[in-house]
Structure formats: C-alpha cells, structure tokens
Design a protein around this ligand. Structure first.
Ligand SMILES: [Zn+2]
Length: 335
C-alpha cells in the first residue's frame, strides 16, 4: 500500500523535446510541429501553469526538491525556425525554454546531413539506377530497379512515410535508410565525404533550402539574451557520442560549450546527447567537461532518483491542442 501511495505522490517532471516549428511537405522523423499546433500547445501549457526553466528543474532535482508535475520545454539542433517562429510565440505566452544547439551549423548556408540525404534520395526527380560506395564493411551496391524516376505515387509514399514506426515503403526509401545508418556513426570528415559521394552520384548540387538552415550567430546571441531562454549544448557536429572514442567525445563537448559561451556570454551547464546516443564514456565526458546535467531521448519522466546525466525527455509530435493535452495527461499518469 505504501509503495502504491509513494508512487502516486512521487514528484516528477516532464521535459518536452521539440525540434522544428514548421510545416514541411515531408517530415519522416516526426520532428516538425506546425506553428498552429505549437501555439495550441503553448496555450495548454500556460493554462496548466507549471512550466519552469529547465535549469531550475535541474537545480530542484539536485537539491532533492523536485516540484509536483512541473514541465520544461526544450528544442534540439538550432533550426532557424526556433528563432523566427518559436521564440516570438514563447514570448507571447511568457513560457521559458532551453535550446540545445549544434554549433557547427550556426550561420552556415547548409542543411544537416540527414535532411540533405532525405532530399536527395526521396525527392530527386531522376537518380541513376545503381548506387555503389565503399562503406565500413566494404563495397556496398544497391539497385533502385524501377524507381530511378520519381513518380507522383513514389513521391506521395515518401511524403506519408513515418520512418520512426514504418519500414521503408520503396526501394529509394530502403537505400535512404541504409545510407542513414552508414552515415550516423561516422567521424565528421568521413560523413562529409560519403555525403559528397552520394550528391555526386545523384548529380545534384549541395542542398541549401533556407527553411532547413540553422540560426545565425547573431540570432543565437539574441536568443540567449533575455531571461526567458537558455542555450544548451548539443555537440559541434551532432555526433552520435557513444560511437566515438572518449577524446573525440570530450572535444565535441568542450568545443561546443566554448563556442556557445563565447557567443552568448552565458555559462552552458546543460547538455543533450545528439540522437540520445551515449555510452559510459559519454557520461564521464559530460562530467569531465563540466556539465551539471545531461539529457537523453529516453521516454521517461524526471524523478527524485533519476541520474543527472541520463535524464529522459519526451518527443512532442505534431498534434492539435486536444490530442496534445491528452498526451500530456497520459505521460503524467503513466511515466
Ligand atoms: Zn539533435
């Protein structure tokens, strides 16, 4: 009985994870929330009245004084729409948020590799029949068969594909996923090389879609200026930390933090692991480089006994207000 009561009254916090506030034609990883839906989320969160800055939540956790049902809002990667769309809405509703920034893309006229890869494989009108490359395990060859031309039907299937839950629906999607898995663990230089090879094979220039850019340094600086927003660390190159050696991990964290401190003038005590990926070295690296706490993408609430360097977060999907409220309730009761 006491066990059940303890569980019922155990104080816990939810840390929400957003990426983009935008309405792209395709969103295979479910990381974009439309501006309309995002505003509805904020209305609901403001009404609940328990949103607090992430650093405050972490301080309370550290001091053993976690409040009941508090919520924090976070964003990953540093997309330009965080500045252009999310920031004014958060200000309008007076809600605090923390932005975890991948510093290598700040101010660059470039997309993140996974978005360029998606654009090339799923939406280029014509691709060569056969792809081949030298990858980690040796030569890799893939035949697109009847899918060299992007038909209306293929395009539709790609637009409606949810890669988090569904197997690839086409040959092109299958190749995309195989290459995504090859690219993710690579050192940054090798990643750039393989992406360049894929681009050359497809015969397309570097993709520079304005909506997929990161913020500029000036925008990042402005973001960190007010009391409502905090900047957090998310590595220099969006490295899958647990797949690299400890010195590489430490350098990713140290250089990222140094850059963010230089731009914003603020201390950067909080870190989010890219892809939620970490190993035991990562936990050591986070401590060694001076972070106070770090977040994964594991779907769990923050509780009294949560490890400070493995805190969970909850990915918010593109849901309208009612469905978002129901999701929040479900998280609050089940996690
Ligand atoms: Zn990320």
């Amino acid at each position: 009985m006491r066990h059940i009561l303890n569980r019922l009254f155990e104080h816990k916090a939810l840390v929400l994870m957003y990426h983009r506030v935008a309405a792209p034609a395709a969103d295979i990883w479910d990381i974009a929330v439309s501006p309309e839906n995002f505003e509805q989320h904020l209305k609901i969160l403001r009404k609940k009245g328990n949103v607090q800055p992430l650093r405050q939540l972490v301080a309370e956790l550290r001091d053993g004084k976690l409040q009941k049902n508090s919520i924090a809002i976070t964003f990953d990667d540093g997309y330009i729409d965080n500045f252009a769309v999310a920031k004014p809405l958060l200000e309008q509703y007076g809600l605090p948020a923390t932005f975890f920034i991948t510093s290598g893309n700040i101010g660059k006229d470039e997309e993140f590799w996974w978005e360029e890869l998606e654009h090339i494989l799923l939406f280029t009108p014509k691709l060569p029949q056969t792809f081949s490359a030298e990858v980690g395990e040796g030569p890799f060859t893939f035949d697109l068969q009847a899918e060299t031309h992007l038909t209306v039907e293929l395009r539709q299937r790609h637009i409606y594909w949810n890669a988090c839950d569904e197997a690839p629906p086409t040959r092109r999607a299958e190749l995309f996923l195989a290459l995504w898995q090859q690219l993710k663990p690579l050192p940054y230089i090798a990643q750039k090389e393989l992406l360049g090879h894929i681009r050359d094979w497809a015969g397309v220039p570097v993709s520079r879609r304005a909506a997929y850019r990161s913020m500029t340094a000036a925008q990042l600086q402005e973001m960190g200026r007010g009391s409502l927003f905090d900047i957090g660390a998310h590595t220099v190159t969006h490295a899958a930390l647990g797949m690299h050696r400890l010195p590489v991990q430490e350098q990713e964290l140290r250089d990222n933090r140094q850059y963010l401190t230089a731009v914003t003038g603020a201390d950067i005590p909080l870190l989010a692991y890219p892809y939620g990926n970490y190993n035991s070295d990562t936990l050591a690296a986070a401590v060694n480089t001076g972070f106070a706490a770090a977040f994964t993408t594991e779907e769990k609430a923050v509780k009294k006994r949560s490890s400070l360097y493995r805190l969970g977060r909850l990915q918010v999907k593109n849901l309208p207000g009612q469905a978002f409220a129901a999701q929040l309730d479900a998280w609050q009761h089940k996690l």
